[in-house]
Write a protein that binds this ligand. Structure first.
Ligand SMILES: Nc1ncnc2c1ncn2[C@@H]1O[C@H](COP(=O)(O)OP(=O)(O)O)[C@@H](O)[C@H]1O
Ligand SMILES: CC(=O)N[C@@H](CCC(=O)OP(=O)(O)O)C(=O)O
Length: 295
């Protein structure tokens, strides 16, 4: 017998059809932030969403972070760590831990979760198949009190210098879901720590992705009063970064969104990965959540 509840479920599934058609055969890059991880049920819901995307004809690519998890491991090892301009200052000992946590444990956990949902995922980092090479990143930071600019050396922090998506395309062609850790070799043979948001943006650009989603631990970009900004133009985003409304880890996210739009990615959204099935809600329902950044 059809009850109002089953009818409403059927309605939700039927509502997904035009969205499934819109994303059919398209690449969607999902950046899974370290703050959105940690809860077993949420992790499973995320893996199920990614598997369901593939099942419905989308080509998902997961790029993950793991900042808090790196922080915990560094603490256990008594290695002091600090962030400047949203990026972790990374010395030799730190980059070893970064690689171990990102390309080792977190990467394989996500692969295992997706595979447990019946998907087929494979873990990669920038080193695999020459996917990414890194160039050392230096940052100019402005002291908000004195307004004085200074160049800071972040150690083994890199930005993508080259991205060769061949290995990703091969994997995607076989209906396998790539899960990418943001660690890459530099020309100097060293290993570099790349901010996961920056890495996701570069990968989305190289694949000409239709959508780039950032799953984090806040509903999106918030204004000074803490209210969600549903749509943000590039110009307004720059203003909010300049006046300090957007700070910390939100800076590389928003900067990446702007660059990804420049590179031709059609839509970039920052949303709350702590909401179960955030990916499905964003892509396959009318109730898209989060902040959409547009040119
Ligand atoms: N204007 C803002 N709106 C929302 N979050 C902001 C803003 N400015 C700074 N943030 C911070 O950015 C964080 C998200 O970035 P980050 O910690 O790097 O997350 P992730 O691990 O998901 O990449 C939020 O938890 C929040 O503390
Ligand atoms: C250079 C730099 O800051 N790298 C990040 C890489 C992980 C990351 O970006 O993780 P989230 O997405 O969870 O923040 C770090 O060391 O924390």
């Amino acid at each position: 017998m059809t009850t109002p509840e089953t009818a409403s479920r059927a309605h939700i599934i039927a509502q997904a059809l035009p969205y499934m058609q819109r994303y059919d055969d398209k690449t969607v890059v999902v950046k899974y932030g370290g703050h959105a991880m940690g809860d077993a049920d949420l992790g499973q819901a995320f893996a199920r969403d990614i598997t369901l995307l593939r099942q419905s004809g989308v080509h998902p690519v997961v790029v993950h972070g793991g900042g808090p998890q790196i922080g915990k491991m560094l603490q256990r090892l008594n290695i002091v760590s600090e962030f400047k301009g949203g990026l972790r200052v990374t010395d030799k000992a730190t980059v070893e831990v970064v690689e171990m946590v990102l390309a080792g444990s977190i990467n394989k956990e996500i692969v295992q979760l997706i595979n447990a949902e019946g998907g087929r995922a494979v873990g990669l980092c920038g080193k695999d198949g020459n996917l990414i090479t890194a160039r050392k990143l230096t940052r100019t930071l402005v002291d908000p009190d004195s307004n004085i600019e200074s160049v800071v050396d972040l150690g083994f922090v890199g930005e993508p210098a080259t991205v060769d998506p061949t290995v990703l395309k091969l994997v995607l062609k076989e209906d396998i879901i790539p899960v990418v850790a943001p660690v890459a070799p530099g020309e100097d043979g060293e290993t570099y720590n790349i901010n996961a948001d920056t890495c996701a943006g570069a990968i989305a650009g190289s694949l000409g992705a239709k959508r780039l989603l950032f799953l984090t631990d806040v509903p999106g970009v918030l204004d000074k009063e803490g209210n969600l900004i549903k749509q943000l133009t590039v110009a307004r985003a720059r203003e909010l970064m300049a006046d300090g409304t957007i700070s910390g880890g939100m800076i590389p996210k928003v900067e990446t969104c702007i660059e990804a739009l420049d590179r031709g990615v059609e839509g970039v959204v920052i949303l709350n990965g702590k909401v179960p099935h955030a990916v499905l809600l964003e892509l396959f329902t009318d109730g898209g959540a989060g902040t959409l950044i547009r040119p």
